[in-house]
Design a protein around this ligand. Structure first.
Ligand code: DC
Length: 230
């Protein structure tokens, strides 16, 4: 039996997973594991190595050797993602790498390598994993599972507002990309995005981050106790 819980949060792009996971991790003293960042790092490493995002076999071999590290920085749980020691936090957040991550994540070989690593990092408990398959594939026996969702226009607006530097695109284009990723992520053969059995569904369209986190804490073993009174 684990002494500390494993929590999974899945859902489509822009549903609020990353922001909510970070806040939940702070509130419940858990470590956050952003699994999307791992697929993004894979897409970036492939681009740098000249490996096409369509080449599953080569990508799988590359992922198995990827020197990928996460470190939670300080009290704000500001997660650092490093690739061979280099901080790639910003480089993996461009719209181009977003699409690349979605493309590399369709390959079985890539998913196997990533899921392996996620299980190693999370099996001790005390973690919040967020992604697309963390409750269905990575830890189907998690202590609490959530599926976050929101209407597409709101999800696209969140993505649009996120970009503070560089290549800001028109909103219509961001919405198109969000819809394209939805289709790609939910129709792929390997671990398509779907709600895990026993997951709690939360529509975040009109909820604040704190409202979502409060709802979650009610479902987490010992979670309500750790919540600060509001
Ligand atoms: O959550 P995100 O936008 O950072 O994820 C980037 C891409 O990675 C997303 O399009 C799908 C993929 N992904 C996945 O297939 N499985 C996960 N557990 C997390 C992300």
């Amino acid at each position: 039996m684990r002494t500390r819980p494993i929590i999974t949060i899945d859902g489509p792009s822009g549903s609020g997973k990353t922001t909510v996971s970070r806040r939940l991790a702070e509130r419940a003293s858990l470590t956050m594991l952003d699994t999307g960042a791992m697929y993004r790092a894979c897409a970036l490493a492939a681009q740098r190595a000249g490996i096409p995002w369509s080449d599953g076999a080569r990508l799988g071999r590359m992922c198995a050797e990827l020197d990928l590290a996460f470190s939670g920085g300080g009290s704000d749980f500001d997660l650092r993602v490093t690739l061979s020691g280099e901080d790639v936090g910003e480089a993996i957040r461009t719209p181009g790498i977003s699409l690349g991550a979605s493309e590399v994540s369709v390959h079985k070989q890539v998913r196997e390598a990533m899921v392996n690593l996620q299980r190693i990092l999370g099996e001790g408990g005390g973690v919040v994993l967020e992604g697309r398959d963390t409750g269905t594939v990575v830890f189907p026996d998690a202590d609490a599972k959530f599926f976050l969702d929101a209407v597409a226009a709101v999800r696209a607006r969140r993505r649009y507002l996120e970009w503070v530097t560089g290549e800001r695109k028109p909103f219509e284009e961001v919405l198109r990309e969000v819809l394209q990723r939805d289709i790609q992520d939910s129709t792929r053969d390997n671990s398509p995005l779907r709600m895990a059995q026993g997951a709690v569904y939360i529509d975040t369209t009109t909820l604040s981050v704190d409202e979502v986190v409060e709802r979650m804490l009610r479902h987490i073993p010992g979670g309500a106790k750790k919540a600060t009174p509001t």
